[in-house]
Write a protein that binds this ligand. Structure first.
Ligand SMILES: [Zn+2]
Length: 227
């Protein structure tokens, strides 16, 4: 039997499973859940959500991609924390739905580093989805970015607010561009806050202007209005 390896560092056990939707995002957005007050997890192509009565226990919220405890905790926690800070800011300012935000207001120090780490947080979830769905992809590129705390050059983020209150992740939409170059796009939704994650070697697939483009180092980012 072959050993199961962590998709990021290539080490064997102990392995754990990554949350597809961040546990703290669920808690801050939805509050407490229980058997009596379940919440519903949506994938955007399904009419009915799936019932969740515990964030910690629900397998629906976890990826099957093998990841070691070190990668899931020490190594990538800084990425989780940067997203957590941006998410909190977006949540606090939700009523005003700003069109632009100044990263200096979100992150008091090193805002550009934190935005790269927000991208790496979504790169991690993206990698987990690719691996658990056995999708052909140069996964080592994502692993390298995560191991070296270096933004991936081909992942774009569109961040914004939606009228729809939804929790979940959309299916991965895969485009084959000319020259057989593949592009992907998917959504991460947490209440009225949405992030569209695009992967392309050439341009942002099927998306509005990106809030985050790894080739541009900017302190003000545009905030999208999603349907
Ligand atoms: Zn690992």
């Amino acid at each position: 039997m072959t050993d199961i390896l962590c998709w990021i560092c290539g080490e064997t056990a102990p392995l754990s499973k990554e949350h597809l939707i961040k546990h703290s995002d669920l808690k801050t957005t939805l509050g407490l859940i229980s058997q009596q007050a379940p919440k519903y997890f949506h994938t955007l192509n399904e009419e009915e959500g799936k019932k969740i009565s515990s964030f910690k226990r629900s397998e629906l919220l976890r990826s099957e991609a093998p990841m070691c405890n070190k990668c899931n905790n020490d190594r990538t926690q800084k990425y989780d924390r940067s997203w957590q800070r941006l998410h909190s800011y977006l949540l606090i300012h939700q009523a005003k739905t700003p069109k632009v935000i100044d990263l200096n207001e979100v992150f008091s120090e090193e805002p550009l580093l934190h935005m790269d780490r927000v991208q790496l947080y979504f790169a991690k979830i993206f990698g987990c989805r690719l691996v658990s769905n056995s999708i052909h992809f140069p996964i080592h590129e994502l692993a390298e970015a995560l191991l070296h705390d270096k933004a991936h050059p081909n992942i774009y983020l569109s961040i914004g607010y939606s009228q729809i209150d939804l929790v979940g992740i959309s299916p991965l939409i895969n485009y084959t561009m000319p020259n057989n170059n593949e592009s992907f796009v998917w959504m991460y939704s947490i209440g009225h806050i949405q992030v569209q994650i695009g992967y392309s070697k050439f341009h942002i697939p099927n998306t509005k202007e990106a809030s985050y483009d790894p080739s541009k180092k900017v302190f003000q980012i545009s905030i999208q209005q999603f349907p």
